[in-house]
Write a protein that binds this ligand. Structure first.
Ligand code: ADP
Length: 167
């Protein structure tokens, strides 16, 4: 049987930290579905379509990796995709608390679905999507933190916001 894992997240935006988890995670499974969450309650910088489009472009040549979007309960999406594993990344102790709670809740909803955690690569342990947005907002370079396409899209979007504010 094919072993399918899902790596869900907001990816707002995708960082080299996420990419590292994807690159390492895909080697453990037959297929890794990177699933962008369409969460209407959570306000994101890039809308759902933009995040999906960025991931599709950046991950298009990576073997065994598929990009998709999902809405609603992750366990239901996993069942639909015939996935047996949820992959998540951990950076800090504070990540752990939230991830632990989510993993237990998902386990209760579907006991056959396992959550697998992968430790961040030390090089990316400080990286977060929030930090990256702050740096770009104040004009800093994030070229060592995100793929070129992501940096380009971030700058473009901030430029647009500034123009609208100045009107
Ligand atoms: P969510 O809103 O679901 O937490 P994120 O896009 O913030 O979505 O993160 C998706 C997953 O990637 C989470 O498991 C998160 O802990 C992990 N992650 C985020 N940044 C890093 C990083 N720098 N190194 C390793 N894992 C990371």
């Amino acid at each position: 049987m094919e072993r399918i894992a899902i790596y869900p997240g907001s990816f707002d935006p995708l960082t080299y930290g996420h990419l590292n988890i994807i690159e390492r995670g895909r080697l453990l499974f037959d297929k890794l579905i990177v699933a962008v969450a369409h969460n209407t309650a959570k306000k994101t910088f890039f809308d759902f379509e933009e995040r999906l489009q960025i991931l599709r472009e950046v991950l298009k040549d990576i073997d065994k990796v598929e990009v998709d979007g999902f809405e609603g309960l992750l366990v239901e999406y996993a069942e639909k995709k015939k996935a047996s594993v949820i992959l998540r990344g951990i950076r800090t102790v504070s990540d752990f608390e939230y991830e632990f709670q989510m993993a237990l809740a998902n386990k209760m909803l579907n006991p056959s679905l396992e959550t697998v955690f992968m430790m961040t690569d030390a090089r990316y342990s400080y990286l977060s999507s929030t930090l990256i947005k702050e740096i770009v907002r104040f004009g800093g370079s994030v070229s060592s933190m995100v793929p070129p396409l992501v940096e380009e899209k971030l700058k473009e979007k901030f430029r647009k916001i500034l123009q609208e504010d100045n009107r």
